[in-house]
Design a binder for this molecule. Sequence first.
Ligand code: CLR
Length: 264
Amino acid sequence: HDPMAIHPYTHVDDPYSLYPHSPRNIDELCASVVRSHRETSQYRLEELQALRWKLFSREEIQVYQSKTVDKMWQHCAIQLTNAVQYVVEFAKHIPGFRMLSQNDQIALLKTGSMEVVLVRMCRFFNTENNTVFFDGKFAGTEVFKSLACGDLIAAVFDFAHGMCALKLSEQQIALFSALVLINADRPCLEDRGRVQRVQRSVELGLTHILHRDNQDSLMHKLYQRMAVLRSLCSLHMEKLRWFSQRYPLTAHSLFPPLYKELFA
Ligand code: CLR
């Protein structure tokens, strides 16, 4: 029978509380997450495919390389914040997310939004020449030279390369992104139990589509990528602290408010 028919007042955002894991609910959860990913992914894959060989010229690379450390940081912080804003939009439409307390929503975004940006980066990455879509064209690591954090950039590019090697479908990327975000192990959660329930449903969703795609073995690899993500994000925070000490003025008054709120 249809569980929704006898419980007509179940809130639409939390249809997982009564019959949490019925196949129908799992399908609906996957569909919502995939739709939310599609609507917040900025570029469709076909568009990115068409731009793939649009590279920065020698002269353009020179311009980035001769920027001052603080100007280049500011520029990148703005780009990252823009990407984070789409992730916040994505999160809002993950079934169950909006049922969490304001505090827990912010706590999850604080630790997870940058990780999701890095997951999403694989869509914007060309493995054939190790470039990422940045400022309208594809950029290699040399473009980021003036940030003076070559180790972080190398690690981020490495991660993108590894993610691309998994050849995830858009649906798999969507569910994996949701799982990265909805993590009951994050610090400062008020209602860990509730986050855990949402996490379980997302986990089931991902397991479901991997099984459907005959790729159950990917699950293990994705959990490994999650560990790498955590270390990348702590490296990002470390660099940010270093930068804020050296350039307190830029960090304080020229970084976007959201960037400061989430990472400072
Ligand atoms: C990730 C996927 C998003 C679109 C997007 C926007 C900004 C990009 C980001 C992607 C990938 C990482 C990126 C970033 C701008 C700067 C940053 C290229 C493609 C590099 C790695 C520099 C980080 C510097 C920090 C230390 C400030 O949907």
